[in-house]
Design a protein around this ligand. Structure first.
Ligand code: ZN
Length: 637
């Protein structure tokens, strides 16, 4: 009641154009049947003033074609590649709506928080919507020297239209002397102003833009009249001093992808990369580009290429698997209609395998290291206790919520990351089945050629169903693929696929030698992973991040968010813990852990005599090494 009166007072000032929208007004169920007023010849205008990017603000000026009467505009909610209703509504600040210079009253929908209603007066054919975009919540998108533009964060569009029929004309004001990179077509630059050609909304949202003070453009591949470019932007110029050997490896990305898929579905491709410790680690795929975000020393510190060298390859592979081929119900005609995510075990699960595979085939990571990598992910998935209750299909169907889940006990709850990592194990299993049953004549590469045919199209989307995936696999190699996925995806599966290791000529072994990938991840993240032995995952200052169910640490009563102050009488450090675990392997008795929790200090007696314990793969003598065949370079010489 009070708010109502407040708006009434505002209206008196605003002038004759403003009429209160009835309180009952609300958006209809999301649909895409409305005729778009923003056409190719009369597009919606977006002028993005990015000159204040360094302090986390941009200003968006929209001019939206309208018709008189009630008009509803919406903020994109379901964001492709993010697989959830993640459009950051809280980024919109100081929104003002006007027509011909007169303020218009706007009202948020009572049910759909992403929809806004205005009453458009007679004689008005376009409205202006101006707002500040806060860039750094919930995730960091700008720093002093770098900024990322995801256009869906910067605009509204007419409710109920199909995004392929909603046209935009975009201009951008860069901070002075900053460079930019994007796959958005038709840029022309005059000073710090960049104007783009008219683009449909789906292409615009699919074409993010990176900008920054320090930048480097590297042509990784060119041919067929097109090219793949790395557009890198860094917080500090020295982070752009990439070793030439690493660029050599990245130049193999397109040749290896061509060998893998036998096709291309982009006109030009930009691997956008921000190098900043203030911007989180992230990768978002698009048809003709990818929005990759990595730590400042990602390209200069080899530990990052070892632990996360699949960042750019994973997103590149998505151009084929995810953008061109997409689950039939994940694709939606606009950004308000909910995506269905259950087939992410193909979209993300297979892509995790292919992104890793490309990184090894390209030489970003030595192909000989794949068995060690495989041991690390197999052991991690197998140790996850939540898998005894929760099938993979629940993780993909519930993906929007699993992606957002935070806090301890992720090994019990399971995580969105599981359908990536376990997906890799499932698709590797499928690859080894095809190779064995075809006596080495066929592989998953043959499936991918069928899957991504024809050889050349522009950035279009061809949807698929589970049945089609199983059918295509059967065309490559007859097998009961339906039962295969039923077992590993659609049912509780107490273990990941575990016959592929033997089929590939390898077996899992445990010893006290650190796994190279687990150790590298610990170095990069300042953690200590003893999940497979005593059952503790901590940071290097003793804060417990995870406890393995059924382990000695679990049995002693330890849990996440406790901090280990001392072990065996010594102040905690990973080195002190390792020493103690080695020393007590053949001793009796328990190890005292002095632990602080919420201001209380207690001693927990951990009865453990298993020593240090890490996973590795070892060759089965006399068998062919299928992993070496899979990870060997496949590109044309
Ligand atoms: Zn992905």
């Amino acid at each position: 009641m009070q708010l109502r009166q407040f708006f009434g007072a505002l209206l008196a000032v605003a002038g004759a154009f403003t009429i209160l929208v009835p309180a009952t007004a609300r958006a209809a169920e999301p649909n895409a049947s409305a005729v778009s007023y923003a056409t190719a010849s009369d597009p919606e205008i977006l002028l993005l003033d990015a000159r204040e990017a360094a302090r986390g603000l941009m200003v968006s000026h929209l001019t939206i074609p309208v018709r008189p009467g009630t008009f509803t505009f919406v903020y994109p909610e379901w964001i492709p590649g993010e697989h959830g209703p993640t459009g950051p509504l809280e980024n919109i600040t100081e929104m003002r709506v006007s027509a011909n210079g007169h303020a218009l009253h706007w009202e948020r929908d009572q049910v759909d928080m992403y929809a806004f209603h205005v009453r458009v007066p007679q004689g008005v054919s376009r409205i202006d919507v101006d707002f500040h975009v806060a860039l750094n919540a919930p995730d960091a998108m700008s720093t002093k020297n770098v900024a990322i533009v995801n256009w869906n964060r910067m605009l509204f569009y007419q409710n109920g239209t199909a995004s392929k029929d909603d046209f935009f004309k975009v201009s951008l004001d860069l901070p002075h002397a900053w460079g930019y990179g994007t796959a958005l077509p038709g840029p022309t630059q005059h000073g710090d102003r960049v104007d783009f050609g008219v683009a449909a909304l789906n292409l615009l949202v699919d074409s993010p833009l990176d900008m920054g003070r320090y930048y480097r453009h590297v042509t990784l591949w060119s041919g067929d009249g097109t090219e793949q470019v790395l557009d890198a932007f860094a917080d500090a110029p020295q982070d752009l001093d990439f070793p030439s050997s690493l660029i050599d490896a990245y130049e193999n990305m397109m040749p290896e992808a061509l060998a893998l898929y036998g096709s291309r579905h982009w006109n030009v491709y930009h691997s956008l990369l921000t190098l900043s410790d203030a911007i989180g680690f992230e990768g978002i795929e698009h048809h003709q580009s990818s929005d990759n975000r990595a730590p400042a020393d990602f390209m200069t510190n080899p530990v990052w290429q070892l632990t996360a060298g699949d960042l750019l390859t994973h997103e590149f592979s998505h151009s084929w698997n995810g953008k061109y081929r997409r689950p039939f119900d994940l694709w939606q005609p606009n950004f308000q209609i909910p995506e269905h995510t259950e087939l992410l075990w193909v979209y993300e699960g297979m892509n995790q395998y292919l992104g890793d595979l490309l990184s090894f085939r390209m030489g970003i990571r030595a192909p000989s290291k794949y068995p060690e990598y495989l041991a690390s992910i197999y052991a991690r998935m197998d140790a996850e206790s939540g898998r005894e209750a929760t099938p993979l299909i629940d993780l993909t169907t519930g993906a929007p919520y699993y992606y957002a889940a935070r806090g301890p006990w992720s090994n019990l709850r399971r995580t969105a990351g599981d359908f990536y990592t376990e997906g890799e194990l499932i698709w590797l299993d499928a690859d080894t089945i095809i190779r064995e049953d075809s006596h080495g004549h066929k592989s998953l590469d043959d499936f991918l050629h069928l899957y991504s045919a024809p050889a050349l199209t522009g950035p279009i989307t061809k949807p698929y169903t589970r049945a089609e995936i199983e059918h295509l696999l059967g065309d490559v190699q007859p097998y009961d693929w339906h039962a295969f996925f039923e077992r590993y995806v659609y049912s509780v599966s107490p273990h990941p696929p575990n016959d592929d290791l033997a089929r590939a000529g390898w077996r899992l072994v445990w010893n006290e030698h650190p796994n190279e990938f687990i150790a590298a991840r610990d170095r990069a993240r300042h953690t200590d992973d003893e999940s497979f032995g005593v059952g503790l995952f901590t940071d290097d200052r003793g804060k417990i991040l995870g406890v393995t169910q059924g382990s000695a640490a679990w049995n002693a009563g330890l849990g996440p968010d406790m901090t280990i102050l001392a072990v065996g009488g010594q102040t905690f450090s990973p080195e002190a813990l390792h020493y103690l675990l080695r020393e007590t392997e053949h001793a009796s008795g328990s190890i005292p852990f002095v632990v602080e929790q919420n201001g209380w200090v207690n001693t927990y007696e951990v009865s453990y005599h298993g020593g240090l314990r890490y996973p590795h793969l070892e060759r089965i003598p006399g068998t062919p090494d299928m992993l070496a065949q899979i990870m060997a370079p496949h590109r044309a010489k």
